[in-house]
Design a protein around this ligand. Structure first.
Ligand code: FAD
Length: 480
C-alpha cells in the first residue's frame, strides 16, 4: 500500500543498514519522516531506586541518536526529535504533519508492547495506519520452524532446530536517498536532549577503562571492520572470548546490538565474507552460535511474556530469596570481600561493561552464595549496563537464578576455581582493586588465606583496608 507521508518511529533499531522498517517506508511512502522519541519513563527510577537508564548507557543512546540524525542529514533528510510518551508525542507529530501511516519495529516485552498497543489505538482513532516489522533477531520470527509460543525451553534444542530448518534472511541495503519534506518540518526540528535533562551526570572516563565505544551505527560498523578485518581477531574468538581485560578478547558488539545500531544479520553476512576471504574455523562459527543465544532469549521472552521479570520465573519456583539491602549494596559497590567478584563489580560501576565470564560469576555469587533475590541483581544490571538488552539481561539472570527452564544445568560457579581458570596471576583483580595490589600472584584472590604478619607486611588489614568476605567461600579444591 502506498502512503503520501509516513512517519518512521525509531526505537531499538537506530541504523540505516538492514533496517526493514525504514526500507519498507521508503518503498511505500511518497515522503518519509524519521523520528525518535525520548520517553521520560525510560529515565525513571526502578523499585530499588536505581535510575532505569544510568548515565553511561544514556550517553551511548544520545550518541547513537545523534549519529542517526547525521546519517539522515547526509541523505538530504533529518531525524525529528521528540520528548514525551511516544503514544502521545508521535501521534501529535503525525497529526501535525498529516502523516498517513506510522511504521515501527516490533518489540517483545511488556512495557514496550504496552506502548505499541496504546500508540496503535491512538493512531487508529485518528485515522492513521500503523505497520510494524519484526527486526533485531538473526532468524526472523516468521521463519522459525515452530510457533513462537512453542519455542523450545532448552537452548540446544532451539539452536539445533533453527540451524537445521530455518534460513537467515538477506540484509536490506542501506537507502541511498530519502524524500523528506523539509518545509513541513521546519517548525518541528528539535534539539537533542542532554544528560542533565534527565538528571544524570556526565560519566567520567575511568583511567582503567579500555573501552572504546561510542554510540551509533558509524562506530558499530567501525568496530566490525576493526575486529574482523584490521585486527583479524575473529579467527581466534573461541579461544579468547572468556577473557577479562581489554577491548579485544571478545567482539564488544553488544552495546550496538542492544540499540540496533547494527543488526545480527549484518554481522552474520560479514562472518560469511570473512570465512570466504580469510578463514573458516570453530571461532567464526562460535560468534554466530553466541548470536543464536541472543535470539533464543528474545523468543523465550516472546513466549513467556512478563514471567521473565517475575521472581518465580517461568518455572513458578517458590520465592525463598533473602532481601538483605546492606549485603546487596556491598555487592553493588564491589565490597563483598571476594576479590574476583569485587573487581568485576567495580569494572561495571566504572565503565558500564563486564565480560560474560564476570557476569556469570557475580550473578552466581549474588544468587547462590548470598541467596539474594535474583531480580535485584537484574535490576542493577538494567541500570548500569551499557549493553542492557531487556531479553538478554532478564533471560540470563533467570537462568543463573535457577528459575528458567534449563534442566540439569548446575549454575553454581565456584569463584576460586573460576578465578584460577581465568585470572590465574590475579592481573584482573590487581587492576580494579588497588588496595590489594601488593599481593603477588593468585594469592590476591584469597587474601584471607594470608597470615596476619604477611598481611601486615603488605599494609593490608582485612576488615579495614579491604573487607572480610560476607560469607564463607568454598575452597579451590572443593569439587562441584
Ligand atoms: C547475568 C547476565 C546478564 C547479561 N545481560 C546482558 C545484557 O543486558 N545485554 C547483552 O547484550 N548481553 C547480556 N549478557 C550476555 C553476555 O554477557 C554479553 O552479551 C556479552 O558479554 C557482551 O560482550 P560481547 O559483545 O563482547 O560478546 P561476544 O562474546 O563477542 O558475543 C557476541 C554477541 O553474542 C551475544 N551473546 C553472547 N553471549 C550471550 C548470552 N549469554 N546471552 C545473550 N546474548 C549473548 C551478544 O549479542 C554479543 O554481543 C548477560 C549475561 C549474563 C550472565
Amino acid at each position: 500500500m502506498k502512503y503520501n507521508r509516513i512517519l518512521v518511529w525509531f526505537r531499538n533499531d537506530l541504523r540505516l543498514r538492514d533496517n526493514e522498517t525504514l526500507s519498507r517506508a521508503i518503498q511505500q511512502g511518497i515522503e518519509v519522516i524519521p523520528v525518535y522519541c525520548f520517553d521520560p519513563r525510560m529515565f525513571g527510577k526502578t523499585e530499588l531506586g536505581f535510575p532505569k537508564t544510568g548515565s553511561i548507557r544514556a550517553k551511548f543512546l544520545l550518541e547513537s541518536v545523534a549519529d542517526l540524525r547525521q546519517s539522515f542529514r547526509r541523505l538530504g533528510g533529518d531525524l525529528a526529535i521528540l520528548q514525551g510518551k511516544p503514544e502521545e508525542a508521535v501521534i501529535e507529530l503525525a497529526k501535525k504533519v498529516e502523516a498517513k501511516a506510522i511504521f515501527f519495529s516490533k518489540e517483545v516485552t511488556f512495557e514496550e508492547r504496552n506502548v505499541d498497543k496504546s500508540l496503535e489505538k491512538a493512531a487508529f482513532s485518528n485515522g492513521i495506519a500503523c505497520e510494524s516489522f519484526w527486526q533485531s533477531t538473526l532468524y526472523h520470527l516468521d521463519d522459525l520452524p515452530f510457533p513462537a509460543k512453542q519455542t523450545p525451553e532448552v537452548f540446544t534444542q532451539f539452536r539445533k532446530e533453527v540451524e537445521k530448518q530455518s534460513k537467515i534472511r538477506l540484509t536490506f541495503p542501506e537507502p541511498t536517498q530519502i524524500n523528506y519534506p523539509s518545509k513541513a518540518l521546519s517548525s518541528v526540528a528539535s534539539e537533542l536532549p542532554n544528560l542533565k535533562t534527565y538528571g544524570l551526570e556526565e560519566p567520567k572516563q575511568d583511567v582503567k577503562s579500555w573501552l572504546e565505544m561510542k554510540g551509533g551505527e558509524t562506530s558499530a560498523l567501525g568496530r566490525l571492520r576493526s575486529y574482523f578485518w584490521e585486527k583479524d581477531l575473529l579467527k581466534v574468538y573461541k579461544e579468547t572470548r572468556n577473557g577479562l581485560i581489554g577491548m579485544d578478547y571478545s567482539s564488544k558488539f553488544s552495546p550496538w546490538l542492544a540499540l540496533g545500531c547494527i543488526s545480527p544479520r549484518t554481522i552474520y553476512e560479514e562472518v560469511k565474507k570473512y570465512e570466504r576471504e580469510r578463514k573458516k574455523n570453530d571461532s567464526t562459527y562460535w560468534l554466530i552460535f553466541e548470536l543464536i543465544w541472543r535470539d533464543y532469549f528474545r523468543f523465550i521472552a516472546k513466549k513467556h511474556g512478563d514471567k521473565i521479570f517475575d521472581i518465580q520465573g517461568i518455572r513458578s519456583q517458590k520465592d525463598s530469596w533473602r532481601r538483605d539491602k546492606a549485603q546487596f549494596q556491598r555487592w553493588v559497590e564491589g565490597l563483598t570481600g571476594v576479590p574476583f567478584v569485587d573487581a568485576n563489580m567495580r569494572e561495571l560501576k566504572a565503565t558500564g561493561f563486564m565480560s560474560n565470564r564476570g557476569r556469570q560469576n557475580v550473578a552466581s555469587y549474588l544468587v547462590n552464595d548470598l541467596g539474594i533475590d535474583w531480580t535485584w541483581g537484574a535490576s542493577y544490571f538494567e541500570s548500569q549496563l551499557i549493553d542492557y538488552d531487556v531479553c538478554s539481561n532478564w533471560g540470563n539472570w533467570m537462568y543463573v537464578g535457577g528459575v528458567g527452564n534449563d534442566p540439569g544445568e548446575n549454575r553454581y560457579f565456584n569463584i576460586l576455581r573460576q578465578a584460577n581458570n581465568y585470572d590465574k596471576k590475579g592481573d584482573f583483580v590487581r587492576l580494579w582493586i588497588p588496595e590489594l595490589q601488593a599481593i603477588k600472584g593468585f594469592d590476591i584472590h584469597q587474601p584471607w588465606e594470608l597470615s596476619t604478619s604477611q598481611l601486615r607486611a603488605l599494609k593490608i588489614q582485612l576488615g579495614h583496608t579491604y573487607p572480610q568476605p560476607q560469607v564463607k567461600i568454598p575452597k579451590l579444591e572443593k569439587a562441584y
